[in-house]
Write a protein that binds this ligand. Structure first.
Ligand code: NAD
Length: 438
């Protein structure tokens, strides 16, 4: 198959590289010249474990190329995937579809023979039909079909998720389009990964329903954690106790500082908006959005409380700012709420993150970036564990405590325990949904 991938972000690049590894010929297109220049030079513009090696292998095999020239890339393709961003539109929470429709219009003018135009971006219900209309209007009588193929990969584990998915969802309404999609995903079908074919709207809805459900699950346990703190229960034990019930399942029950990232915040807002537009309010999702904001703000109180009521003039070390480990993505990370609040309250903030600096520098003004966690904690009055990178999971807590001016830890990922902290010489320790040491 000849595949064109429009957009070389976290989804487009991973999908393009993995499709080429399936044996397809893939051309990846981006309108950002700096990204294409890096890719042509063999460099990966994002941090995603394993992507550099897999990309190099498929470039060397002659199956994977990069270009800015969309027209040439679409010419002769069996399928063209749209994997551009769909961020939250300013003001109303709706997904901004400007990039999707602009790509559709460009694709329309570049198609030369029968092509399936596949939307991989997360898009509201009805968008695929609108993509079809945009293309038909631009080139009446063109031989093409649309398909919806939402992506479920997680940043940080994206290659494994793409290569070993829980399921692949394909919204296709003609046999011809379904056949092209089946051919593209044949390597996964042969290995018995479930591929479900639906109508366009159901495929679009599956993606939003999945993300809203996951955001609800994580917010539920975060709210239970807040109540645990008030009542003496331990949320880790509670998570284990409920997660062993197969109807609930043990995934996504780790209490933390609130969800963030490039998908949950924008997709929950978009679903809420879709509900409003169809006079069917998504009340659970709307509440989840509100509660998650409160949870992030509660983290600031937690930090301030452990520091005796104010962080003004204190030196605070923040370990991890990306929205989760193994990515450089800072989009909607809880750090973007918490760190500016600390800086605004007069704290001197030292930040350490294995991959976050490049993205984070522009987003977190007024902080000092430090390479090493022990250096970041030197003479600090508090250390905040905000993202559970492996680098921060096995810290020598005694060494950390010793380096600090006042050994206090705010562990927002429950990596350590009050007992670990006491043993290491911390004077104060707080975490999520458990008893404090203070
Ligand atoms: P991204 O912002 O990282 O990448 C989008 C890329 O598209 C950018 O490089 C941009 O320059 C390029 N682009 C935009 N318009 C273009 C055009 N007309 N021609 C060529 N290139 C163009 O976005 P992302 O994180 O990869 O997300 C893409 C979509 O996938 C979104 O809808 C998102 O919701 C969805 N998604 C993301 C994830 C994730 O973990 N990031 C997971 C599942 C689904």
């Amino acid at each position: 198959m000849r595949i064109t991938m429009i957009g070389t972000g976290y989804v487009g690049l991973v999908s393009g590289v993995c499709f080429s590894d399936f044996g397809h010929d893939v051309i990846c297109v981006d309108k950002d010249p700096s990204k294409i220049a890096l890719l042509e030079n063999g460099e990966v513009p994002i941090y995603e474990p394993g992507l550099d090696t897999l990309m190099a292998k498929n470039v060397a095999a002659g199956r994977l190329t990069f270009t800015q020239d969309l027209k040439a890339a679409v010419d002769g393709a069996d399928a063209v995937f749209i994997a551009v961003g769909t961020p939250t539109r300013r003001g109303d929470g709706h997904a901004d579809l400007t990039y999707v429709y602009a790509a559709a219009e460009e694709i329309a003018h570049a198609i030369t023979g029968y092509t399936v135009v596949v939307t991989k971006s997360t898009v509201p219900l009805g968008t695929n039909r609108k993509v079809q209309e945009v293309i038909e209007k631009a080139r009446p009588g063109l031989d093409f079909d649309v398909a919806s193929n939402p992506e479920f990969l997680r940043e940080g584990a994206a290659i494994d998720d793409f290569m070993r998915p829980d399921r692949v969802v394909v919204g296709a309404e003609t046999e011809r389009a379904a056949e092209v999609m089946a051919e593209i995903y044949r390597p996964l079908f042969l290995r018995d990964f479930p591929i479900i074919t639906t109508d366009l709207e159901s495929a679009e809805m599956i993606k939003y329903a999945a993300n809203a459900f996951l955001a609800t699950k994580i917010t539920f346990i975060n709210e239970i954690a807040a109540l645990c703190e008030r009542t003496g229960a331990d949320v880790k034990q509670v998570s284990k106790g409920i997660g062993l019930d197969n109807r609930i399942g043990n995934k996504f029950l780790h209490a933390g500082p609130g969800y963030g990232g490039s998908c949950f915040p924008k997709d929950t807002k978009a679903l809420a908006r879709i509900g409003q537009e169809h006079a069917t309010p998504m009340q659970i999702t709307e509440t989840v959005i509100k509660v998650n904001e409160e949870i992030k703000r509660r983290m600031i109180d937690k930090i301030t409380d452990l520091c005796g009521g104010s962080v003004n003039g204190l030196k605070v070390a923040v370990l991890g700012v990306t929205f989760k480990p193994n990515t450089d993505d800072m989009r909607d990370a809880p750090a973007l709420t918490i760190v500016p609040a600390l800086v605004g309250s007069g704290a001197q903030v030292h930040v350490c993150d294995p991959q976050g600096r490049h993205e984070g520098e522009g987003l977190l003004p007024g902080v000092h970036w430090i390479e090493d966690p022990y250096d970041a904690a030197e003479a600090a009055d508090a250390v905040i564990l905000l993202t559970e990178w492996n680098e921060f999971r096995g810290l020598d807590l005694a060494r950390l405590a010793q380096a600090m001016q006042t050994p206090r830890m705010i562990d927002l990922r429950n990596v350590y325990s009050p007992e670990d902290a006491t043993r290491a010489g911390f004077a104060a320790y707080t975490s999520i949904g458990r008893r404090d040491l203070a």
